[in-house]
Design a protein around this ligand. Sequence first.
Ligand SMILES: *[C@@H]1O[C@H](CO)[C@@H](O)[C@H](O)[C@H]1NC(C)=O
Ligand SMILES: *[C@@H]1O[C@H](CO)[C@@H](O)[C@H](O)[C@H]1NC(C)=O
Ligand SMILES: *[C@@H]1O[C@H](CO)[C@@H](O)[C@H](O)[C@H]1NC(C)=O
Length: 217
Amino acid sequence: MKYLLAFVSFLYYCQNVIKCQQNATNVKIDVYYETLCPDSIQFIRQKLYPTFGKIGEIMDINLIPYGKAEHTQYREDVEIYCHHGSKECEGNTIQSCAIKYLDNNMTIVLPFVNCMENRFYGRYRPHISTIANECAITHGINYTQIQSCSASLEGKRLHIKNGERTQRLSPKLTFVPWVVINDAFTETDQNVALYGDFKTLVCDKYQGKTPPNSCNS
Ligand SMILES: *[C@@H]1O[C@H](CO)[C@@H](O)[C@H](O)[C@H]1NC(C)=O
Ligand SMILES: *[C@@H]1O[C@H](CO)[C@@H](O)[C@H](O)[C@H]1NC(C)=O
Ligand SMILES: *[C@@H]1O[C@H](CO)[C@@H](O)[C@H](O)[C@H]1NC(C)=O
């Protein structure tokens, strides 16, 4: 009975969480961010993406674009107000759809997200959908489903789901990006992630037997 339960819950985990692609010993990194937030752009370009390039095999990354947005029921509809305006909502929605349609596979998602954030860097009002489309082409991603998702209610629902997840955070998010490692937020991890040696932080949190060689260099 015990084994059966364990097996059933394993199956449940596999089907519902991340399709069995993530390792139990890996470092879980949840990034709550906003697509047009300068600090988020900086974290993705300078910390998350380069670190993934070095020790990606021990990182289980979850991207949650929403941040300090707000959503409220308005008659039949839900209105979302993003921290950096409607263009940010567009960016958040496109990335929410990309995460879904690229099966949360960070080997594909992260170069795409990083490409978008690179193009947003230092720009006041970037043309979001053009940039997304160009980044998809650059990275050999079929943009059809991401496009139709982000232009429909499906994209909005995914964005709202990210909002609900963000609002369930404990402690509550007070800064963006907000980096939660192995399901526990600490000020120290947050500060090291954003301003310190993120790679060493991730290597230190790794529970597996053999850390990748890049952890030692
Ligand atoms: C993720 O994508 C890469 C690149 O296409 C592929 O090699 C890898 O098998 C994918 N991972 C999973 C778990 O599907
Ligand atoms: C899981 O960990 C093993 C052993 O470190 C590694 O060979 C494998 O590539 C990892 N799988 C993924 C999806 O990261
Ligand atoms: C892109 O995906 C769509 C929908 O899944 C499919 O119909 C189309 O053939 C794909 N295009 C390419 C170039 O693979």
